[in-house]
Design a binder for this molecule. Structure first.
Ligand SMILES: *Cc1c(COP(=O)(O)O)cnc(C)c1O
Length: 410
């Protein structure tokens, strides 16, 4: 299948979500295909940030903790994220970073499965997930064993010592999507828990943690949720584990009564026990605006448009850029919202595209990643981006020293 630019224009004209683009502050002349790494700012987020800084921090000062709902923000916003990931509001809290939340919940998984010591993961996962598990296992010594098996061997490796498997729902490099319900059921069949990282799926595709019987989950606030650079992350604990789960970062705001100022830590009976210290209010203000925007959108329409955009991207690339490999599954139901292509000069190609205003990213050794968003990507942008890619490949415009020089962030 290939499609003319006029046909892409017709798709935009018929798109029921086209108006949402106006909600984002995107610069002219840029085709942004990297919302899977850093979501762009909703206009409401920028307004919320200035209001929270000037009116709340600036005028109400410390009274804001009570007056402006600062204290409740982590659970209030967690409750909103719950609606995007198929959880109950009291099962989700916003806190810390994805890395830190994974540390807490992986330790928490061990606390829920006394007598079992293995945390099971697979190679090729997003590095922080494996690195955090390595740090936790080193800290716990004999009480925990980290087993990292080759990709594809995870389910067969679950055994009677497995406390939990830790797995990313949508893979950062390939966009491959796991069947969350099936993998969770395989873990449960052996008495193990499933801890999911939904960083690349929350706000992007349908996620239904409770329908899949997931036990625990972590996810990122600054990718598809548009929370802003370094936005706080979220964590999910299924209701059946709340009150029982224990985590080691027992800070004062996870205490049952923080303002009793007790010497001994008594964990809160609810999901607050998984939070640690003072929440980053300015970042939460931006994140809440991003979440509110997502909640205003019809999920079924968003999912259908996301699949259509990424399907179109693949079809155009396959028709126009035969020298590129496809590292993502071809069926939309088997991937997230980014499409991964391969080329040995991938880094230089991504740089050459950026010089033409098309922003994707590169993941070593040879993957070019392009993310679409049903909230702000236009069908014509997908068409124009692939046309730029086709031209850069045909003319070898990427083959210049300035495109090959590696920057710190790829
Ligand atoms: C983006 C991402 C993270 C981010 O972790 P930080 O603590 O925010 O740096 C973690 N895991 C996965 C799978 C991700 O995609």
């Amino acid at each position: 299948m290939s499609l003319s630019r006029g046909e892409a224009e017709a798709l935009d004209a018929a798109d029921p979500l086209a108006g949402l683009r106006q909600e984002f502050d995107l610069p002219d002349g840029v085709i942004y295909l990297d919302g899977n790494s850093l979501g762009p700012p909703p206009r409401t987020a920028l307004a919320r940030l200035s209001r929270t800084a000037a009116a709340e921090w600036g005028r109400d000062l410390i009274l804001s903790w009570n007056l402006n709902g600062w204290m409740e923000a982590p659970l209030r916003i967690g409750g909103k994220i719950a609606r995007l990931v198929g959880a109950e509001p009291h099962e989700v809290a916003v806190a810390d970073s994805t890395s830190v939340n994974l540390f807490k919940l992986a330790a928490g998984a061990l606390s829920l499965r006394p007598g079992r010591t293995t945390l099971l993961a697979q190679t090729g996962e997003f590095p922080t997930d494996l690195h955090i598990l390595q740090g936790l296992a080193a800290l716990l010594g004999e009480r925990a064993r980290l087993r990292i098996v080759p990709e594809g061997e995870l389910i067969a490796a679950i055994d009677e010592d497995t406390a939990a498997l830790v797995l990313t729902h949508v893979h950062y490099r390939t966009s491959r999507r796991w069947d969350m319900a099936a993998v969770t059921a395989a873990a449960h069949a052996k008495g193990a828990l499933a801890l999911w990282d939904v960083s690349h799926s929350a706000g992007a595709i349908g996620v239904d943690l409770n329908a899949a019987r997931a036990d625990l989950a972590v996810g990122c606030g600054y990718k598809h949720l548009n929370g802003g650079p370094g936005a706080p992350a979220f964590l999910f604990v299924a209701e059946r584990h709340l009150g029982t789960i224990r985590q080691p970062l027992t800070g004062w705001l996870g205490h049952a009564e923080p303002f009793a100022f007790e010497d001994l830590h008594r964990p809160a009976p609810d999901v607050r026990a998984l939070t640690t210290g003072t929440p980053p209010i300015l970042s939460l203000a931006a994140l809440e605006a991003g979440i509110d925007l997502h909640l205003s959108v019809d999920r079924a329409q968003a999912e259908a448009k996301g699949a259509a955009l990424s399907d179109l991207f693949i079809a155009l690339v396959e028709a126009g850029c035969p020298e590129l490999g496809l590292a993502s599954p071809r069926r939309a139901a088997e991937r997230g919202l980014h499409v991964s292509l391969t080329h040995k000069d991938g880094y230089a190609i991504v740089q050459a595209l950026a010089a033409r205003g098309v922003i994707g990213d590169f993941r070593a050794p040879d993957v070019l990643r392009f993310g679409v968003s049903p909230l702000f990507t236009r069908f014509t942008e997908v068409w124009d981006a692939v046309e730029a890619l086709r031209d850069i490949l045909a003319t070898r415009a990427y083959d210049r020293p300035e495109h090959r020089a590696r920057k710190a962030v790829t």
